[in-house]
Design a binder for this molecule. Structure first.
Ligand SMILES: Cc1cc2nc3c(=O)[nH]c(=O)nc-3n(C[C@H](O)[C@H](O)[C@H](O)COP(=O)(O)OP(=O)(O)OC[C@H]3O[C@@H](n4cnc5c(N)ncnc54)[C@H](O)[C@@H]3O)c2cc1C
Ligand code: SF4
Length: 510
């Protein structure tokens, strides 16, 4: 036996679970497809990130029509949290129930906010969440944040005041950044302009490598093997237990055995792995008697919105400090009484970022635009749809068949924000909707639930059909809500950790 517990993937879910179980004394082996992300000067180079895409996977996936595309994702220790914008928001209490949208209702979760509340507390502490209790009118019942909010720089403070004058309630965006007491000279975060979408060169971002995997590895019973790509999970003859995984690594292929397995490869890859592991007992893919594996893929409707005021330079360095949930529960328009979504600042667009993303635009114009812009990220909840799904083509290529839904709500959110920005004095406003390649917020493909016919995982995120297989990445979510998903993935992994530990102590582990 190679370990008591094998965890596949070291991102938000897998990394957090490893840390949560590190003190259990179990022998834990984390298998990570990627390497440690190298610390190098170009970590903070826009050209490297957005043009040459040095840290993204080179693999291609297909969309529903069969067109190949490059997914904006990468494989490293810490998973996609290495690049995340570190916005760490809890789901609202209403997000756990059925929410009525213009395009239908969301699926209620089989647990409530209160089942995750203390786990959110722990996740916020581990990941250095900075925020201000009481500032976000939609925030769920909670105690104070472990760290004070990140200050707005003067230009952004003025934007926040102006939003308040319009009757809105901007709040300090909760951020997972190790700035601790902000005045301390040894605070590792230097508040740079290459945070959102970049890895942190000085290791100050609360990502899963820094906040979870490294602390887990401080315990002798936890091991990490990098460059190990799991290809397939192998069951016993009855199909009720995973015996091993087959993986490719630097020394070729090998079989790795354990008593218990946790899949946490990200919502797309985890579903693809279960499909690729089909066998006689599970002809449609492991744990797929319900035919739900890969279905209900969600990723938000996302739009970048850039307001340009030619009369005012925006000298902000670290811009991602405002959140706004004024349209989270309701549009405010009686003719459209549905949620619109969540708004937050983007990291500041710099001339280098804009040039790397829009190489055809003359350098002087990208520089001018970036110096005069204020930049936003708008997301709306997309609804679970069984036809929005991850499948594997015959040649082994992942296919994401996805048609965005809830479009009217997103259009309203964008148009509302445009008019607000106009009121704030931005005559030029540009928006760009994210496409199929934007898989950052992927969730939903292995939903949990009480009914084995309508879900893949049970309440404890154990596969209904496989006794020793748990899943702790974003795939468990039956609905996505409009806030960013990571903190909920981390909190859920913390919820599942004692369940797994108990299986070993009560003798029910394989
Ligand atoms: C640019 C960007 C910005 C983002 N900003 C935010 C934000 O501000 N706030 C927020 O909440 N979320 C944000 N996200 C999303 C966030 O990163 C994800 O929600 C989160 O990382 C998902 O966690 P996970 O555990 O499901 O998967 P991941 O963190 O992606 O982890 C999956 C892990 O599995 C590994 N793996 C995959 N396949 C295999 C295999 N076959 N064998 C072994 N290992 C495998 C991967 O290498 C990876 O380490 C952002 C994402 C991106 C890309
Ligand atoms: S802002 Fe802070 S946490 Fe973010 S990349 Fe810069 S130094 Fe790192």
């Amino acid at each position: 036996m190679d370990a008591d517990l094998v965890i596949i993937g070291s991102g938000a879910g897998g990394g957090t679970l490893a840390r949560a179980l590190a003190r259990s004394g179990l022998s834990i082996l984390i298998l990570e497809r990627g390497p440690y992300l190298p610390r190098e000067k170009v970590n903070w180079d826009a050209e490297t990130l957005f043009r040459t895409q040095r840290y993204h996977t080179t693999e291609q996936w297909r969309d529903r029509k069969g067109n190949l595309f490059h997914p904006v994702t990468g494989y490293h220790v810490g998973g996609n949290t290495k690049f995340y914008g570190a916005a760490v928001l809890r789901r609202r209490e209403v997000d756990f129930g059925t929410r009525l949208h213009e395009r239908g209702a969301t699926v209620a979760w089989p647990i409530t906010y209160h089942d995750l509340k203390t786990h959110y507390d722990t996740a916020e502490t581990w990941y250095y969440a900075h925020g201000l209790k009481g500032a976000d009118p939609t925030e769920p019942d909670r105690g104070p944040y472990p760290y004070p909010p990140m200050d707005h720089e003067p230009y952004i403070a003025t934007v926040a005041e102006n939003l308040e004058r319009l009757g809105l309630h901007p709040f300090p965006l909760p951020l997972a950044i190790n700035r601790v007491a902000q005045a301390l000279p040894d605070s590792p975060c230097i508040r740079c302009d290459t945070c959102d979408g970049f890895p942190c060169l000085v290791h100050a971002k609360g990502d899963s490598e820094i906040s979870a995997v490294r602390p887990a590895l401080a315990h002798d019973n936890v091991r990490l093997e990098t460059g190990i790509r799991v290809r397939r999970l192998v069951t016993d003859a009855a199909g009720s237990h995973i015996m091993a995984v087959d993986a490719d690594g630097p020394n070729g292929s090998r079989r790795i055995t354990a008593r218990m397995f946790v899949l946490s490869a990200g919502a797309v890859n985890s579903a693809a792995l279960l499909l690729a592991s089909a066998n006689e007992r599970h002809p449609m893919g492991l744990g797929n008697g319900s035919d739900h594996v890969g279905r209900n893929y969600m990723c938000h409707l996302n739009t970048v919105c850039i307001g340009i005021d030619p009369r005012r330079r925006n000298p902000t360095v670290f811009q991602k400090t405002i959140g706004c949930n004024d349209f989270y529960n309701d549009s405010g328009d009686p003719e459209f009484p549905y949620p619109l979504g969540h708004i937050q600042n983007l990291g500041k667009l710099t001339p280098a970022i804009l040039k790397a993303q829009r190489p055809m635009i003359p350098r002087w114009l990208t520089a001018w635009a970036a110096h005069h812009s204020c930049d936003w990220w708008l997301s709306t909840e997309d609804l679970a749809d069984p036809e929005n799904r991850v499948t594997l083509d015959r040649d082994g290529v992942i296919r994401i068949s996805y048609r965005a839904n809830n479009e009217a709500a997103h259009r309203r959110l964008v148009s509302r924000w445009r008019s607000i920005l106009r009121h704030l004095g931005y005559p030029f406003i540009f928006t760009q909707r994210m496409g199929i390649e934007a898989v950052a917020h992927q969730v939903g493909t292995l939903r949990f639930g009480n009914d084995p016919k309508a879900s893949v995982l049970d309440l404890q995120c154990r596969a209904h059909e496989i006794d020793n297989l748990y899943v702790v990445d974003g795939s468990f979510m039956p609905s996505i809500a409009a806030v960013n998903p990571s903190l909920t993935i981390m909190a859920n992994a913390l919820r599942i950790a004692p369940v797994i530990a108990a299986r070993f102590s009560d003798g029910t582990a394989a």
